[in-house]
Write a protein that binds this ligand. Structure first.
Ligand SMILES: NC(=O)C1=CN([C@@H]2O[C@H](COP(=O)(O)OP(=O)(O)OC[C@H]3O[C@@H](n4cnc5c(N)ncnc54)[C@H](OP(=O)(O)O)[C@@H]3O)[C@@H](O)[C@H]2O)[C@@H](O)CC1
Ligand SMILES: Nc1ncnc2c1ncn2[C@@H]1O[C@H](COP(=O)(O)OP(=O)(O)O)[C@@H](O)[C@H]1O
Ligand SMILES: [K+]
Length: 493
């Protein structure tokens, strides 16, 4: 799925109206109906509904939704906020259509807010994608009032006060919904952790905007939903043998961190690599042989740390980093690896920390190396940013400049390709915020590279499958009880 900016959404709206063709009022009706279909799937008529409307098209949606919910038997109260004389045409039209059906209450002043009970559902139709400046005055007071209510809050299209595609100031007044029901496409704002409380759970509803226009509109932002994730699956051919699926090499672990080697190695084997060799310090010998008999070992002469690079010629992809530490001899191993390597590579964890401390090594990274930092590792690697929009730009520039694929991990992990395109992941959950989850991802990615997935596809698909396995693990074990090993046990495609 593509993610478009506010201007592109406006153009898409206008194009659909002109080319379908459909009147803008009918398009609003279709959008409102799509919202209502979602709504009645979640709530029954025993719930009463309070709808707060602005005077643009988002408010128009609110009025149309009020009429449609009323017709379904819901008890509906409608409030129009009189913060301006300017009304959109479709707002006006829907206000007229409401007359006779439902009484509209106008709110003129901040001290005259309606009482809101906890069993009421509040629908936020104040401002949508047309937000052009921070909310202030009466509208701001209404938002504060709504946020103070104890009932469920649902925003139409986007929380009022939240920008679609740029950062808000910390001091901005923004609705804090439990749900956002958004039209046609997810919004960039939803991908940013800083906006979590301003999106709630978000749901995309199809309102029939022009598919070809979406396809042809250029945007660097994509959302890896189920169809996009599954489309990347490579089938295992009937006559394939283990040589077909490559021989992966993972360099991981040191004394006290051998679990990282076990987790990444086991995830690699569970992700379809034909063969796996793990290079570990001597202290890892028995641990690996016993816990993962399917893996072959390359044993470092050093008892505690990785100090020597194994011979590389038999491997088809290499993963390095989990638990390796940053000892000078280990740094030298990474340096030598970058000098010698001719196969696809993923660098994670301490491998990234070494790169941060030795920036000269960054210039040696082979093209399309995958780097998979969590936010802290990325900050060490690329520096500070004022907000998450800026961090994303920093990552895009870093990926383009160094010709690497960056996996910026977190909720909605961003996979950033060498051309600067960003693919936000749709799978995964907060149960994955547990030690070792990242090591599992390294193993998956190494396996995919060994199976000749391109680095771009490996990153997008690997992150998607990692999250999906995490979702299955959470379902079986709960988010609280699941651990990184459970992610591995739930891999499979
Ligand atoms: N996308 C689609 O295809 C479809 C979209 N639809 C719906 O349309 C919504 C977008 O509608 P919209 O463009 O009328 O914008 P909306 O947000 O309602 O209001 C803008 C008005 O508010 C004003 N204003 C702005 N900021 C303000 C502030 N801080 N404080 C006060 N005022 C402020 C602004 O004034 P101005 O900036 O011009 O001064 C303007 O008058 C979209 O979110 C969705 O719900 C569906 O119906 C159909 C399909
Ligand atoms: N709230 C969350 N939602 C979705 N995925 C998450 C969340 N928190 C963490 N993850 C995922 O879990 C993994 C954690 O990786 P990382 O921070 O490197 O962990 P570790 O270093 O413990 O292995 C990442 O892939 C990240 O995307
Ligand atoms: K809204």
């Amino acid at each position: 799925m593509k993610i478009l900016n506010a201007g592109q959404i406006r153009a898409l709206d206008a194009y659909t109206i002109k080319n379908e063709p459909i009147s803008s009022a009918d398009l609003m009706e279709r959008a409102s109906q799509a919202f209502v279909n979602w709504f009645i799937n979640c709530f029954d008529v025993s719930k009463s509904v309070s709808i707060f409307c602005g005077k643009g098209n988002n408010g128009g949606d609110g009025l149309a939704i009020a009429r449609l919910l009323h017709a379904k038997g819901f008890q509906v109260r409608v409030f129009v906020i009189e913060y301006t004389d300017k009304e959109s045409d479709d707002f006006k039209q829907n206000l007229e259509r409401l007359a006779g059906n439902l009484q509209v209450q106008s709110i003129y002043e901040s001290h005259a807010m309606p009482e809101l009970h906890s069993d009421q559902i509040i629908i936020d139709a104040l401002l949508g994608s047309g937000l052009s400046r921070p909310v202030a005055g009466l509208l701001g007071d209404v938002i504060e009032h709504v946020n103070g209510a104890t009932g469920i809050i649902i925003s139409i299209d986007i929380a009022s006060g939240l920008y679609v595609d740029k950062p808000n100031e910390k001091s901005d007044t923004i609705v804090k919904p439990d749900h956002t029901v958004t039209f046609q496409l997810p919004k960039l704002a939803f991908m940013m952790p800083q906006n979590a409380e301003f999106t709630g759970d978000w749901h995309v509803v199809d309102i029939g905007l022009d598919k070809r226009f979406i396809e042809e509109t250029l945007s660097p932002y994509y959302y890896t939903d189920k169809p996009a994730g599954e489309a990347l699956t490579k089938k295992r051919g009937k006559f394939s043998h283990k040589g077909t699926f490559g021989h992966a090499l993972i360099l991981a672990g040191r004394y006290g961190k051998m679990g990282a080697a076990v987790l990444s190695s086991r995830a690699c084997l569970r992700s379809g690599a034909g063969l796996l060799t793990v290079h570990v310090p001597e202290c890892g010998y028995e641990i690996l042989q016993i816990s993962l008999p399917e893996a072959m070992l390359s044993i470092d002469p050093n008892q505690r740390n990785i100090t020597e690079l194994p011979e590389l010629s038999s491997y088809s992809a290499i993963g390095i980093g989990p638990g390796i530490g940053q000892e000078p001899l280990t740094v030298r191993v990474l340096d030598e690896l970058l000098e010698q390597i001719s196969t696809p590579l993923i660098v994670d964890a301490d491998g990234l920390n070494i790169l941060s401390k030795h920036p000269d090594l960054i210039d040696k990274l082979p093209e399309k190396t995958i780097l998979s930092p969590h936010p802290k590792e990325f900050q060490r690697l690329a520096g500070d940013s004022a907000n998450e929009f800026e961090r994303l730009e920093l990552a895009r520039n870093f990926a383009k400049k160094h010709n690497v694929v960056i996996i910026l991990k977190g909720a909605y992990t961003a996979v950033i390709l060498t051309n600067g395109d960003v693919h936000f992941n749709s799978t995964g959950n907060a149960g994955m915020a547990t030690g070792g989850s990242g090591d599992v991802l390294t193993g998956i990615l190494t396996a995919l590279l060994a199976q000749k997935y391109t680095p771009e596809d490996a990153a997008i698909f690997g992150v998607y499958q990692h999250g999906l396995a995490g979702d299955r693990a959470a379902e079986r074990k709960t988010k609280t009880a699941m651990i990184a090993s459970d992610i591995i046990e739930n891999l499979g495609w």
